[in-house]
Design a binder for this molecule. Structure first.
Ligand SMILES: C[S@@+](CC[C@H](N)C(=O)[O-])C[C@H]1O[C@@H](n2cnc3c(N)ncnc32)[C@H](O)[C@@H]1O
Length: 214
C-alpha cells in the first residue's frame, strides 16, 4: 500500500499544535457551509504560526492583504495587545460581511479595521515606515506590488509573511503554464534577489515566505 508521507506529516503537525479559539472553528465551519471555500483560509497551523510571530515580535500595527471571511484577521487580532490595530483589505462585500459579523462576536474584533476595496488602494493610504507586520494572502499576480508596498510601509525590522509561495506545487513544473504559478515564481525570485530584506522560505502547507526588512 502506498503511504502519503505529506498527509501523515500534516496530520502529525496538526495534532501537535495548539487549537485556536472555538469562535475561529465556528467561522471556518460557517465559511465552508456558505462559500464551500474554507480551504482558502489559512487554517490552524498557519493561524497559530501567525499568532506566535506577532507575539514574539511584539507587533502592534499589522496589515493583512486578503481578508476573505476573516479567519486569519481574527486569529492575528487575538494575538495583538489591547491597543494593537490590524488593517485588513478585502474587495468582496459578500466575504467582508461574513468577516464583520464574526469580528463583532469577538472581544478582539475592535482591533480590526476592515477596508473594502482594492488592496493596493488601501495600502497606498498607509504612511511610510508605520507598520510592524504585513501578511500577504490575496490575488497572486499582485504579490510583487504588495511586496513593494510592504517595503515602504514597514519600519526597519518589520516582518512580511506570505502565503501560497508553492502555489499547489505548480511552481515546481519545468514549464509553468498556470498564470498564478508564474506570478508566484517571479515573486519568489524577486524576493530572493532583494538585498533590503532577509528571508527564509518554509515548506508548511502551500509554502510560506518569512521576510524581515533590514
Ligand atoms: C485566499 S483568500 C484570503 C484568506 C484569508 N487570509 C484567511 O486565511 O481566511 C484571498 C482573498 O483576497 C481577496 N482579494 C483578491 N484580490 C484582491 C484585491 N485586489 N484587493 C482586495 N482583496 C482581494 C479575495 O476576494 C479573497 O477573499
Amino acid at each position: 500500500m502506498e503511504v502519503d508521507l505529506a498527509e501523515i506529516i500534516e496530520s502529525y503537525v496538526d495534532a501537535h499544535t495548539d487549537d485556536l479559539s472555538p469562535l475561529l472553528e465556528d467561522l471556518l465551519a460557517e465559511t465552508e457551509s456558505i462559500t464551500g471555500l474554507s480551504r482558502w483560509s489559512i487554517g490552524k497551523v498557519e493561524g497559530k504560526m501567525l499568532q506566535m510571530l506577532i507575539k514574539i515580535s511584539n507587533a502592534k500595527h499589522v496589515v493583512e492583504v486578503g481578508t476573505f471571511t476573516g479567519f486569519s484577521a481574527l486569529a492575528m487580532a487575538e494575538a495583538l495587545p489591547e491597543d494593537g490595530i490590524l488593517t485588513t483589505c478585502e474587495n468582496s462585500k459578500a466575504y467582508a460581511d461574513i468577516a464583520l459579523r464574526y469580528f463583532r462576536k469577538s472581544p478582539h474584533g475592535k482591533k480590526i479595521k476592515l477596508k473594502l476595496g482594492p488592496a493596493l488602494q488601501t495600502l497606498g493610504a498607509i504612511p511610510d515606515n508605520s507598520q510592524d507586520f504585513l501578511f500577504i494572502d490575496a490575488d497572486k499576480p499582485s504579490y510583487s506590488l504588495y511586496f513593494d508596498e510592504a517595503l515602504r510601509i514597514l519600519h526597519p525590522g518589520g516582518i512580511i509573511f506570505v502565503d501560497n509561495v508553492f502555489w499547489r506545487h505548480k511552481i515546481f513544473k519545468k514549464k509553468i503554464s498556470n498564470e498564478n504559478a508564474r506570478a508566484i515564481a517571479a515573486f519568489n525570485e524577486k524576493v530572493n534577489r532583494e538585498n533590503r530584506v532577509e528571508k527564509v522560505m518554509l515548506s508548511i502547507r502551500d509554502g510560506v515566505y518569512l521576510i524581515r526588512k533590514k
